[in-house]
Design a protein around this ligand. Structure first.
Ligand code: MSP
Length: 651
């Protein structure tokens, strides 16, 4: 039987679980589900890294014993992962006895092979990344990653002969290009190793919270030596409590963030080579989630809160967004806005709509029984959809096999769009009115159900809840997770099956309401008809990207005509030349502050691509920018100090 062993990093317990932790584990969970569906014997490992000076300090700060501190945070991690229904096979804790035994066994093997020696270390250490930053330097460096001062360490230490592995590592990257992925990251690793490797300090005497070094318990192991070994100790290496080393090692995939790639792609294979153990097949470094284009941070107020995700979104929505939005390997942008937009466009309007529209028609026009269609009745469209489905299956499997989840999903959404168009073009609701069109109607609904079934099977690992629901609604036996996507066929008999109760799988999210709930604000009042500059709400927490900004077409213009709109207090009708063949007509709520005659000839800024709307029966084709001043938001027109030609774009 084929096996698949996938791991996540084990997470430090000096902070509470956040989106970054959830993300890597969610990707591993998706892969594990997918491989299980394909009949692999899967082992999925995640857990916590509980040693290291920082954790000891976090506990001290709280004034509680270290063990109590780590137990509490681990419980919180496990609760959070359970809420998101992440189904790992084992949770490793580096404080577990079996892990201590295993890590010590690895140490002994490396030592006995002659790759560990005792020396003296002097240098600067970052307790946040647990890494020595500058050896022998006089000045105290700042850790570039954490932007905090490093600490000086000078003490007796054991060293690992990393320098002895330079050539063998380079050979590994050359012979097995799949070992480090994606390619860009591999190149970085190769140049790091090429530039020369120094021996690595792998023990400390000034710390007590850690695993004692075999035969010299004054030393505790360097936390990365301890942590990396989790991938084998969890399988019973060097201990008799756990099992599975023979079956699952070497790992098929270590999923890591790019921040910790070096430890996994350089140190880890070197430790294993030294111990004479087989090497993992692939270390894949994914990018980081940013929010609004910036690193998430409490000070910026752009942290994505897992409790908020849980409250306002389903697990499937979060999974889909994480896998579709991030090009796996590159950084991605996570905002609540982006999440809602994707859910509404792809899940509610896309998959959800296809499912309810298809099944509602089966209920309405075929008494809730999936109709029959013979292949001989297929026309060009049915043949095309069937062929497209087969292509999509291949693209989807390729996407998963190469860890390009966004591609895999894109291909499924092409099929969704195709079938949606098929229904719209063929208008089954009209066919249902003519008895003579009955055979055609049945072919169309039969084909749509087959496509929906096909799509559902593929999407199981990404949308486990929604696919199970659609499957039940289709009246299919068993669960879609029982179907192997590799064996998936389009043209299978579905006819005669009574469908279940039809209900929407992804109701559309009201963006305005949800955003104001998330931001803890009142539902915002609709914008007044007056021309206004940016929201006066102040202190906006969400960022937009430069691409979002580029969507607003701001132009310089000159007012050529202006008059009061009758029977109103605030409105002025304007004609503004913004460098187009015809000047624009628009309406602005500025009559209490400006006289029409004073406006003529004035340079203003116009939002030129705002959707036209009628205000008091007058079409307004744009908006003039103004600052909203004071409590009432009194408009003060924006303008220029220098002369600007009409039509000049603002950016
Ligand atoms: N304990 C080490 C790993 C030891 S593995 C043998 C560690 N822990 S950590 O708690 O800092 O977790 C780091 C991992 O969390 C990253 O490699 C990545 O997988 C995930 N992420 C943390 N922040 C992240 C983002 N902003 N975005 C995506 N993932 C991120 O390092």
């Amino acid at each position: 039987m084929k096996k698949f062993y996938v791991t996540t990093p084990i997470y430090y317990v000096n902070s509470r679980p956040h989106l970054g932790h959830l993300y890597t584990t969610l990707v591993a969970d998706t892969l594990a589900r997918h491989k299980r569906q394909r009949g692999y014997k899967v082992f999925f490992l995640t857990g916590t890294d509980e040693h290291g000076v920082n954790i000891e300090r976090a506990a001290k700060q709280r004034g509680i014993p270290v063990q109590q501190h780590v137990d509490e945070i681990v419980a919180e991690f496990q609760r959070t992962f359970a809420q998101f229904d992440l189904r790992y096979d084992h949770w490793i804790r580096t404080t577990a006895r079996y892990h201590h035994q295993g890590a010590q066994e690895l140490w002994r093997r490396v030592r006995d092979a002659g790759y560990i020696y005792k020396g003296e270390y002097a240098g600067w250490y970052c307790p946040h990344c647990n890494e020595f930053k500058a050896e022998g330097s006089q000045e105290q460096p700042i850790c570039p990653l954490h932007e905090r001062p490093t600490e000086y360490v000078a003490e007796e230490s054991y060293f690992f002969r990393l320098s002895a592995f330079q050539d063998r590592l380079l050979e590994l990257y050359r012979e097995h290009p799949e070992f480090v992925q994606p390619e860009g990251r591999r190149n970085e690793v190769v140049s790091f190793v090429r530039s020369g490797l120094r021996d690595l300090s792998i023990s400390r005497v000034s710390i007590s919270w850690g695993i004692p070094v075999p035969d010299d318990p004054r030393h505790v192991m360097y936390v990365w030596f301890d942590a990396l070994s989790n991938y084998i100790t969890a399988l019973g290496f060097g201990n008799s409590e756990r099992r599975g080393f023979e079956t699952y090692w070497p790992a098929d995939l270590h999923l890591v963030g790019k921040d910790i790639l070096r430890f996994h792609a350089v140190y880890w294979p070197a430790f294993l080579m030294a111990a004479g153990l087989p090497l993992p097949r692939t270390v894949f470094a994914h990018g980081m989630w940013l929010s609004g284009g910036r690193k998430m941070s409490k000070t910026l107020g752009n942290v994505i809160d897992l409790a908020v995700l849980k409250r306002h979104f389903t697990n499937d929505m979060v999974r889909y967004f994480c896998l579709r939005e991030m090009v796996f390997g590159q950084d991605g942008d996570f905002t609540y806005h982006g999440l809602i937009d994707r859910v509404n466009a792809d899940l509610a309007d896309g998959l959800g709509n296809l499912s309810s529209r298809t099944l509602t028609m089966v209920r309405r026009y075929c008494q809730g029984i999936i109709p029959r269609a013979q292949r001989a009745q297929w026309g060009p469209e049915e043949r095309e959809i069937s062929a497209k489905a087969e292509e999509v299956r291949e693209a989807f499997l390729r996407g998963f096999d190469s860890y390009q989840f966004h591609r895999a999903l894109e291909s499924v959404w092409e099929l969704i769009a195709r079938v949606d168009k098929y229904l719209t073009d063929n208008r089954p609701w009209l066919l249902s009115k003519e008895e003579t069109e009955r055979p055609r109607l049945e072919v169309i609904l039969n084909t749509a159900v087959k496509a929906l079934r096909f799509i559902t099977v593929l999407l199981v690992p990404v949308l486990p809840e929604a696919t199970a629901s659609i499957w039940r609604q289709m009246g299919m036996p068993g669960t879609p997770a029982d179907e192997d996507p590799e064996q998936l066929q389009f043209d299978v008999p579905v006819e005669g099956t009574p469908i279940g109760e039809v209900k929407p799988v992804f109701p559309k999210i009201d963006k305005e309401v949800t955003m104001s709930e998330i931001q803890g604000k009142e539902h915002p009042a609709p914008a007044p008809a007056a021309a206004r500059a940016a929201s006066s709400a102040g202190g906006q927490a969400e960022y937009i990207t430069i691409d979002d900004f580029a969507k607003i077409d701001l132009r310089a213009g000159t007012v050529v005509e202006a008059r009061r709109v009758e029977n109103t207090e605030k409105l002025i009708q304007l004609t503004v030349d913004i460098g187009e063949p015809q000047p624009r007509q628009l309406v602005a709520g500025i009559a209490q502050e400006y006289k029409p005659e004073d406006l003529i000839g004035r340079k203003v800024i116009v939002v030129a691509n705002l959707k036209p709307r009628k205000i008091r029966g007058i079409e307004s084709n744009g908006m003039i920018l103004a600052a909203a001043v004071g409590d009432e938001g009194r408009p003060v027109l924006a303008g220029f100090l220098e002369d600007v030609p009409n039509g000049a774009r603002l950016r």
